[in-house]
Design a protein around this ligand. Structure first.
Ligand code: F6P
Length: 379
């Protein structure tokens, strides 16, 4: 028997994880290597909860959503153990060697890549595969799960058209994406939305209301408005920037921690925010407004064909890197093919939707409003 390789899935689940695990398993098996799956993210390798992934266990998982290994957001160096939070890096290193692993493949998003880098620095051979429905991981054109989530969000927006139109309503649709607007903008364009609110472009409340009123005046009887979980208005954006600056300059420990608490209240996901926006818009426009939260449906179900193809390519690319003895790298998808790039290029690097991205440009060309303040200075 050749090498023995470990694999785990960490962070929020996404459709296509099983397709990636299966691809890794098939390539390794064809090369006479063993694959061990660690359960519940990094917890599995910290507490040695594992299972053999062979042809039998990997059969019939390609189309199944979620992850057969389960997942968690717990980090190796900050892991809840009973009532305590402990650094479990030592235990992970020990279990890695006890299983005589040649490498550990970690499939995950932003948080997972930061943890993967820590484990690399602790001396382990780490190889990663990018997944996140938010599509906000640096280094890869697309991440496993994004395409499926985009399809789910677009189909939901498609469906909402009939009820919005029947009742002549404004329909706010909350789409996942706490820090970035890939999913929201993609589904807004694909679904024919009218206004879109994304974290990268803080919105002006009056501009949003004006855009909706002007649609109504033009005889458009309903409006669809996808809103990213992390969309914020201009005032909140200014308060966040001011708090960040105050925190960076503050030397008083107690004051700093209260400023941080204030900041996290503004930046944390708040499900009440979209209902508040709906109430204010209804008041300002005198148009009936309703909210739909797509929530976890976006992360559930069968992976799309694109995500299966992506998972198959990335899984194979990662497995082949392990067979060649490479480590400290991520399988990245670029212009239709895959290559390995250093984890350092990815860990902590958020892929934001830049304002000159073709999608942003295209949305503007199509007349989709981002709710930006109208420039009255003429400059
Ligand atoms: O994994 C990314 C994501 O789906 C975000 O879009 C969303 O904000 C978050 O996860 C929800 O996370 P949780 O599963 O911890 O509620």
């Amino acid at each position: 028997m050749g090498k023995c390789v470990g694999i785990l899935t960490a962070g929020g689940d996404s459709p296509g994880l099983n397709a990636a695990i299966r691809a890794v398993g098939r390539v390794l098996a064809r090369n006479n290597c063993r694959l061990i799956g660690f359960k519940d993210g990094f917890e599995g390798i910290a507490f040695d909860r594992c299972t053999e992934l062979d042809e039998t266990t990997l059969s019939n998982v390609l189309t199944v959503g979620g992850t057969i290994l389960r997942t968690s957001r717990h980090k190796p160096h900050k892991m809840p153990v009973g009532k305590k939070v402990m650094d479990m890096t030592g235990a992970i290193v020990e279990n890695y060697h006890r299983h005589q692993l040649s490498a550990l493949i970690c499939i995950g998003g932003g948080g997972t890549h930061k943890s993967a880098l820590l484990l690399k620095k602790a001396g382990l051979n780490i190889v990663t595969i990018p997944k996140t429905i938010d599509n906000d991981l640096g280094g890869s054109d697309s991440c496993i799960g994004f395409d499926t989530a985009l399809n789910v969000a677009t189909e939901a927006i498609d469906s909402l058209h009939s009820t919005a139109s029947s009742h002549k309503r404004i329909m706010l649709v909350e789409v996942m994406g706490h820090k970035t607007g890939w999913l929201t903008l993609g589904s807004a364009i694909a679904g024919g939305a009218d206004v879109v609110l994304i974290p990268e472009i803080p919105y002006n409340f009056k501009s949003v209301a004006d855009a909706l009123k002007s649609r109504s005046r033009a005889g458009k009887l309903f409006s669809i408005v996808p809103v990213a979980e992390g969309a914020i208005d201009e005032d909140t954006f200014v308060r966040i920037k001011k708090l960040e600056q105050e925190i960076s300059l503050c030397s008083d420990k107690a004051k700093k921690s209260s400023l941080k608490e204030e900041l996290s209240k503004l930046t944390a996901y708040n499900p009440a925010r979209i209902f508040d926006l709906a109430r204010r818009l209804e008041e300002a426009t005198q148009l009936e407004t309703r909210v739909t939260i797509l929530g976890y449906l976006q992360r559930s179900g069968t992976p799309s064909c694109f995500d299966r193809l992506l998972a198959a390519q990335l899984g194979s690319c990662a497995a082949q890197a392990v067979l060649r003895g490479e480590s400290g790298c991520m399988a990245a998808y670029e212009n239709g093919s895959c290559r390995m790039i250093p984890i350092e290029e990815v860990a902590g690097v958020r892929k934001e939707l830049s304002l000159d991205h073709p999608w942003v440009k295209n949305a503007r060309e199509l007349g989709i409003s981002f709710g930006e303040a109208v420039n009255t200075t003429g400059k």
